[in-house]
Ligand binder design. Structure first.
Ligand code: ZN
Length: 303
């Protein structure tokens, strides 16, 4: 089987996971978690988002969190933004990497914003310019390129139009986000192979939700297509506000465990990742769907 020697796992739990919780975590609780994630060896951490506090109250304290976390050299601390205001907040609190997002669903985008996805992306140009002129990195995410609750499958040509819109505003790092949990492995392999070949200048990140149980299978398909950057969430915490029944991302500690057993390097201390997921359960006050949390590591079975 053709596999990479190492992969980068981006912990998105502090944003994608916690934004779906009823409980709003305090700045100190978030700082504790993010510092632990740094110490576990993650190289990319999605700390929060700079959205309207009314729309996403769980992320209202992201600015304070950024100021208080211990930032380790070589670790990317990323935040989700939706507009210029978000980039301004990122600059003000010392965030060095922002991520934009657009829906690949034409129906979803037209209903919400009265624009096509490409028109939405073209409006991101001012965000890109402001970020770059202030020394921030910027990436773009395409939500639901593998399928959406509005049109089931999304035509590959539509995804390519969005990629080209991102390229035309100067974004070269693109994340494919299966927020609806509809992706299946052969589709992931085919789309990633096609996109990698057509746009070799792009750095691709895959962001899967485990809504229908295909998360790790989709990661495997992505690796076989040559992708080496994947998002995951501690304990599998999360959901998606506009997707019925959505669950969280691919489960961080389960993914690290699987990759370790496959001989693929992540640079992350698995025991620490498991500890973090346990701590998140304590803080949010309910159990998380992680498999390793229940079953333990397979190496522990050997007496
Ligand atoms: Zn997500």
């Amino acid at each position: 089987m053709k596999l990479p020697e190492k992969v980068i796992i981006c912990e998105v739990g502090p944003r994608d996971g916690l934004q779906n919780e009823e409980k709003v975590l305090s700045v100190d609780e978030k700082v504790e978690l993010i510092n632990a994630i740094t110490e576990a060896g993650y190289k990319v951490i999605e700390v929060g988002s700079f959205m309207s506090p009314k729309a996403v109250p769980q992320m209202a304290n992201t600015d304070e969190v950024f100021k208080k976390i211990n930032k380790k050299e070589g670790v990317e601390y990323r935040a989700l933004v939706a507009n210029l205001k978000g980039v301004e907040r990122a600059i003000a609190c010392g965030c060095k990497k922002v991520k934009l997002n657009v829906s690949a669903s034409r129906k979803h985008n037209l209903a919400n914003l009265n624009m096509t996805p490409e028109e939405s992306v073209s409006k991101f140009k001012e965000c890109v310019d402001l970020a770059i002129s202030n020394g921030l990195g910027i990436s773009g995410s395409i939500s639901m390129p593998f399928g959406s609750p509005w049109e089931h499958k999304i035509p590959v040509e539509d995804v390519k139009k969005i990629v080209e819109a991102y390229l035309s505003v100067g974004i070269r790092e693109i994340s494919l986000s299966d927020a609806s949990g509809m992706a299946v492995p052969n589709q992931v392999y085919n789309l990633c192979t096609d996109l990698k070949e057509k746009y070799p200048e792009v750095k691709w990140i895959l962001h899967f939700h485990n809504t229908r149980g295909a998360g790790n299978a989709n990661v495997l398909a992505g690796m076989q297509a040559g992708i080496t950057w994947f998002d995951s969430s501690f304990g599998g915490l999360g959901g998606c506000p506009f997707v019925p029944g959505a669950t969280g991302n691919v489960i961080s500690e389960d993914l690290i465990h699987m990759l370790e057993e496959m001989g693929i390097e992540t640079g992350i201390n698995l025991d620490k990742a498991i500890e973090i997921a346990r701590r998140v359960q304590d803080i949010v006050g309910h159990s998380l769907p992680g498999y390793i949390l229940r079953a333990g590591k397979s190496c522990e079975l050997i007496k």
